[in-house]
Each structure stands twice: as structure tokens, then as C-alpha cells.
Design a binder for this molecule. Structure first.
Ligand code: CO8
Length: 257
């Protein structure tokens, strides 16, 4: 498959997607989001891929939706065509997706990173929802996922003022899982993805599903669903292998990868 706005590579069992519109700091446009969806579809259906990494450039993960493409849009068409309605493909990916963020992750760029399962950031990362400065509000989950990640006070301040968070503040607030030294970000994201791809895939997918349930369900419903998933994993050969390997003091060789 050929792509114009992204670069797609396989690194062993890891699928790597690099956002690549350097002339506009990786501003997200319709073409890029369609290509991102196609790349995710391809990795999702490829049995050999166990985890996906999305990254941008040193300077920008993505500086938001493409303002120049958006600026002439009018309400009836945005509503009728459900503008950006298909930009949330990442959230429907069942394999884990890691965002490796260096530089700007603003507006839709911050929202795209938050759609991933977790964010690794370089010390240069800057997260923000500057839509308010353009006379609009976040449209792809910024007011929701940011609030879940960092709490109401910080999310509200960022959405009302457009203030950015640097990597350290984002890590303290729980938006990013770890800061990785500049220059090593993508390789560390790939190493982390390899580690995940080496686990039992049904367990990985159920862990992802269950953690995501914490944002959607009550504690009672979430823990009950978690327990059912936990029970079901005792039907897998990988549970037998994982526990036998522990008892025999060796590394597990999971079958369902
Ligand atoms: N859209 C289009 N072009 C952009 C964007 C953007 N979001 N961001 C940067 N560019 C372009 C600039 O216009 C410039 O192009 P040119 O060289 O032709 O003038 C080039 O990229 C380089 O940018 P700057 O010269 O501005 O670089 P600076 O280092 O001076 O500044 C900034 C970097 C601070 C990132 C600045 O470019 C900026 O403020 N960008 C806009 C950030 C923004 O407001 N983002 C929010 C956009 S709205 C949005 O995302 C709605 C979300 C919708 C849902 C998305 C679903 C996933």
C-alpha cells in the first residue's frame, strides 16, 4: 500500500506509523486521517503485528487539525457530512496503540495522542487544546479525554485559555505514562511495543478492553466484566504456559501472539 501523508513500517512484530506532513507541522487533514485509518486496518488484520506505535517528527506529533483546510467550512455541511466523525478510527483499534509524542501535540494532535492507549513523551513535548483561540472548542474528545486524564481543574483551564502543558507537567498530571530522553523516544516506544507484542494477545486485548471500561462503566459493572474476562483466560493454552513457565523458572513461550 502506498501513502502520501504518513510513513508506514514494520519493525518485527510492531507496526510503526509516522505522521508526515512536515510543511504544516503534521496538521491533520482528511487525506491523512483516511490514510491513518487504512494503515490501522492493515496492521489490525495482520496476524504478525502485536502492537502499533504512532509518532510524528521531533518538532511536532501534530499541531492540530489543518486550520487552512477547515477555515472555509460552514455549519450545514460540517453537520450533514459529520465532519471529523470518521477521525476516531484509533479508538476502535483492538490491538494496543502507543503514541510517541515529541514537540507539539495541539488540538486534534493532543486528541489523537489521547485516543491511543498510552503516551510516551520526549522532554520537548507540549500538549494543549488551543481551539478556544480560534473561536471553536475541541471536537474529537479533547474536553472529555483530557478531563479523564488530568482532572477537571487542569482540563478546564487548558480548554478555556489554550494554555499548553510541557512534558513534565503532563507526566505529573497523568496524561503521559513516561518521559523518554530526546532522540530515544521512537526506539523506546518500539521496545515497549515489542514487549507487549510478546505477551499473549488475548490477554493483552482483554487488559486493554478492561482498562478502557473504567472510563465507560460503573465500578461494579467494570469489576464484574473484568472478572468474567479473567475467568475466560483460564481457557487458553497461554495461561497454562505462563504459569508453568513461572513454576519452572523459565521465560514463557506464548502461542497466541
Ligand atoms: N493547521 C494548518 N497549518 C498549520 C497548523 C495547523 N494546525 N499548525 C502549523 N501550521 C503551519 C503554519 O501555518 C506554517 O505554515 P507556513 O510555513 O506555510 O506559514 C507551518 O505549519 C509552521 O508553523 P509556524 O510557522 O506557525 O511554526 P511556529 O514554530 O512559529 O509555531 C505552533 C508552531 C505554535 C504550533 C503554531 O504553528 C500554531 O499555533 N499552530 C496552530 C495550533 C492550533 O491552533 N491547533 C489547533 C487546531 S484546531 C483543531 O485541532 C480542532 C480539532 C478537530 C478534531 C481533530 C480530530 C483528531
Amino acid at each position: 500500500m502506498t501513502y502520501e501523508t504518513i510513513i508506514v513500517e514494520k519493525r518485527g512484530r510492531v507496526g510503526l506509523i509516522v505522521l508526515n506532513r512536515p510543511e504544516s507541522l503534521n496538521a491533520l487533514n482528511e487525506a491523512m486521517m483516511v490514510e491513518l485509518g487504512r494503515a490501522l486496518d492493515a496492521f489490525e488484520s495482520e496476524a504478525n503485528i502485536g502492537c502499533i506505535v504512532i509518532t510524528g517528527s521531533e518538532r511536532a506529533f501534530a499541531a492540530g487539525a489543518d486550520i487552512k483546510e477547515m477555515q472555509g467550512k460552514v455549519f450545514p455541511a460540517t453537520y450533514r457530512d459529520d465532519f471529523i466523525g470518521n477521525w476516531d478510527r484509533v479508538t476502535r483499534t483492538r490491538k494496543p496503540v502507543i503514541a510517541a509524542v515529541s514537540g507539539y501535540a495541539l488540538g486534534g494532535g493532543c486528541e489523537l495522542a489521547m485516543m491511543c492507549d498510552f503516551i510516551l513523551a520526549s522532554p520537548t513535548a507540549k500538549f494543549g487544546q488551543p481551539e478556544i483561540t480560534l473561536g471553536i472548542i475541541p471536537g474529537a474528545g479533547g474536553t472529555q479525554r483530557l478531563t479523564h486524564a488530568v482532572g477537571k481543574a487542569k482540563a478546564m483551564e487548558m480548554c478555556l485559555t489554550g494554555r499548553n502543558m510541557d512534558a513534565e507537567e503532563a507526566e505529573r498530571a497523568g496524561l503521559v505514562s513516561r518521559i523518554v530522553a530526546s532522540g530515544d523516544l521512537v526506539e523506546e516506544a518500539i521496545r515497549t511495543a515489542e514487549k507487549i507484542a510478546d505477551m499473549s494477545m488475548p490477554a493483552v486485548m482483554m487488559a486493554k478492553e478492561s482498562v478502557n471500561n473504567a472510563q465507560e462503566m460503573s465500578l461494579t459493572a467494570g469489576t464484574r466484566t473484568e472478572r468474567r474476562l479473567f475467568h475466560s483466560l483460564f481457557a487458553t493454552a497461554d495461561q497454562k504456559e505462563g504459569m508453568a513457565a513461572f513454576a519452572e523458572k523459565r521465560s514463557p513461550q506464548f502461542k497466541h501472539k
